[in-house]
Design a protein around this ligand. Structure first.
Ligand SMILES: C[S@@+](CC[C@H](N)C(=O)[O-])C[C@H]1O[C@@H](n2cnc3c(N)ncnc32)[C@H](O)[C@@H]1O
Length: 284
């Protein structure tokens, strides 16, 4: 896209960008090129396809170039576009928060299935608010509180709750710190769980752009489970549930922690890729 004199039509721009981004190691380069161009032109993908011959204005080209440059440096598409879909809801995202993953939808489904009317829920590590907000949508009579150590994440979580028209009470602090003397029917958490030494092996989109405090789970990735499991019984009502998202290969270790800490009715649930992604148990 260097020569200013050339006419750059939608199709020509997409063809060029697909090659360029693929060379930079971007998977799904064509589709991502389309999404970025959709954002610049204010069109959906159908709109793009019926406008393949439309020439781009200099302003449109300039906006698109900026996005493509960022993506070529492996910045996640979601940070460039500023949003990510999760459970059919649109979440605003920024580099202050982990990009919601579809794998986490299993955690929401398993939590929602264990909540009765007027359930009191605590979400530890709310990030973008995707878990809390999706639960609030699914359980209109529940009371949902969330905590995060990142004030920037909390600003975004509040925005996402407002955008979806739900109430989530958000607190800044570490783990249970803001909830002394409070009890919940269900505690849910997708904590940081990547083993520290594995962080450098992650794809650049994650390693170089997502917040380290959302990823680093200590030497074996299990630090947060070791902190949360023994403390949780002080914050759960009798019969209350504790549910976690876990990383690949961590389910057994987290089940073991729950088992030896007085939790029963232990279970795991798989994500759509067949990986054991959720681990939970009930306070006996
Ligand atoms: C893996 S992200 C999960 C974000 C969101 N719940 C999701 O599922 O996408 C973990 C979150 O825990 C937060 N966090 C890290 N340490 C924390 C702590 N000690 N207390 C509370 N939150 C913490 C991070 O800021 C981050 O937002």
């Amino acid at each position: 896209m260097a020569n200013q004199q050339e006419t750059w039509t939608v199709l020509k721009v997409l063809t060029w960008t697909k090659e360029f981004l693929a060379q930079k190691g971007v998977e799904n380069a064509r589709l991502e090129s389309e999404w970025m161009l959709c954002a610049v032109l204010g069109l959906d993908r159908v709109g793009l396809y019926v406008n393949f011959d439309k020439p781009l204005t200099e302003a449109e080209l300039s906006g698109y170039r900026g996005m493509v440059t960022r993506r070529s440096k492996r910045e996640p598409l979601q940070y460039i576009l500023g949003s990510q879909e999760f459970m059919g809801l649109e979440f605003e995202v920024s580099p202050a928060v982990l990009i919601p993953r579809h794998d986490t939808e299993v955690l929401v489904a398993e939590a929602a299935a264990r909540c009765g009317e007027h359930c009191r829920i605590l979400d530890i590590g709310v990030g973008s608010g995707c878990v809390s907000v999706a639960l609030a949508k699914a359980l209109p009579t529940a009371t949902i509180l969330g905590v995060d150590s990142s004030p920037q994440a909390l600003v975004l979580a509040q925005k996402n709750a407002d955008k979806q028209g739900v109430t989530v009470s958000l607190f800044e602090g570490s783990l249970f710190e803001p909830f002394q003397d409070q009890r919940f029917d269900l505690i849910v958490s997708n904590p940081p769980y990547i083993p520290t030494d594995d962080l450098k092996t992650l794809q650049p989109e994650v390693r170089d752009y997502e917040p380290i405090q959302a990823l680093d789970g200590g030497a074996d990735g299990l630090d947060f489970y070791r902190l949360i499991v023994p403390a949780a019984s002080d914050y759960l009502n009798p019969g209350g549930w504790l549910l976690f998202e876990v990383g690949v290969g961590q389910a057994e270790a987290v089940l073991g922690l729950l088992d030896k800490t007085g939790f029963g009715e232990l279970f795991t649930a798989k994500d759509p890729n067949g990986i054991e992604r959720v681990v939970g148990g009930r306070l006996l």
